[in-house]
Design a protein around this ligand. Structure first.
Ligand SMILES: Nc1nc2c(ncn2[C@@H]2O[C@H](COP(=O)(O)OP(=O)(O)OP(=O)(O)O)[C@@H](O)[C@H]2O)c(=O)[nH]1
Ligand SMILES: [Mg+2]
Length: 306
């Protein structure tokens, strides 16, 4: 038996504050295309960065009109990653937006789709959102504003003040809560959400995120890697709507297991890396002869691995 989605959300004043601050951001941020980097003027912040929006889509033809209609016109490129849809997803996307870049995914899974989208994108900023109508593209400005303000990674959260969901069932909410608690415990993070498909980051951090998974564990993995790589992570309140048409591709038990496995794998890898780092002698405590020895060993190792 599947439980009915319940609308969650924090207090009204919170949402009002967000709406007001969003208005302020919109009036203070002007967007222009061009080379990367920030340029600030007196009371106006100009974004000289290009923005790519990546949308993984598997049989979402009926939902795309709703999603595309909400895309801000200052977005530089829209990359739709088609997961071998059997409906008109690609044709509808091209009709709605002739400049859409369609990437035909060769593999399977949302993680695999995002990898293909990241590889194809050209923007300084990458925004990821879903094609089923659950994520509202009008919220992109919140994510971009967080990045301009200094964040490396803007992480959507349905549980941050001002966020909410009309899509989460009781089971999913519980699963997300347990997994989030596990990640916060193991990695020392204070995330309020873990498995949400709305995120944005500077493309220069793609190497730090080093995404290498195929399925729905991708968001959890990105969030963990952002933390372990020492990126500045800013949670952005977001409201998740119910998917408009069609059915979810997520299999709660199977995908839940994949997420747990990914979390544990990351924790073990992180622990190993910390141990290696701790075993390495502190250069400043060594006499010069030994220091040179350590340095030559290090350069030998890096030239061997090159
Ligand atoms: N390209 C591609 N997109 C996928 C794949 N699996 C899922 N997606 C897309 O990823 C997004 C999220 O998938 P959903 O099926 O909505 O999963 P969910 O959001 O957890 O489930 P609901 O809350 O019920 O919508 C949607 O835009 C899907 O179309 C895939 O294998 N390939
Ligand atoms: Mg969805």
């Amino acid at each position: 038996m599947t439980s009915r989605p319940q609308v969650t959300g924090r207090t009204e004043p919170c949402a009002a504050t967000i709406a007001a601050s969003e208005q302020r951001v919109l009036s203070q941020v002007s967007f222009s295309s061009g080379f990367g980097g920030l340029r600030s003027a007196t009371n106006v912040l100009t974004l000289n960065a290009t923005v790519s929006v990546i949308i993984p889509a598997l049989n979402e033809a009926r939902n795309l009109p709703h999603v595309f209609e909400a895309l801000p016109d200052w977005v530089t490129e829209v990359v739709l990653v088609d997961g071998q849809s059997t409906d008109d997803t690609v044709a509808v996307a091209r009709r709605l937006r002739p400049d859409v870049r369609v990437v035909a995914q060769e593999g399977r899974g949302k993680g695999d789709a995002l990898l293909a989208g990241f590889a194809a994108s050209t923007g300084d900023i990458i925004v990821v959102l879903d094609a089923d109508g659950s994520t509202d593209a009008r919220e992109i400005v919140r994510f971009v504003a967080a990045l301009i303000a200094g964040a490396d990674f803007a992480k959507g959260s349905r549980f941050a003040c001002g966020g909410g969901s009309a899509d989460l069932t009781r089971t999913r909410r519980l699963g997300n809560k347990l997994l989030r608690a596990l990640v916060n415990q193991l990695f020392g993070t204070r995330y309020t959400d873990l498995c949400y498909g709305y995120n944005a980051f500077w493309a220069r951090h793609l190497d730090a995120l080093a995404i290498d998974c195929a399925g729905f564990e991708v968001e959890a993995l990105m969030n963990i890697r952002a933390a372990t790589a020492g990126l500045t992570v800013q949670e952005v309140p977001s409201f998740e709507h119910r998917r408009i048409h069609g059915v979810s591709n997520l299999k709660i038990v199977m995908d839940g297991r994949r997420i747990v496995r990914a979390i544990i794998r990351e924790w073990l890898a992180n622990r190993r890396a910390k141990r290696v780092q701790a075993e390495r002698p502190l250069a400043s405590n060594l006499p010069l002869g030994e220091l040179l020895h350590v340095q030559s060993e290090t350069s030998d190792r890096s030239s061997a691995s090159a």
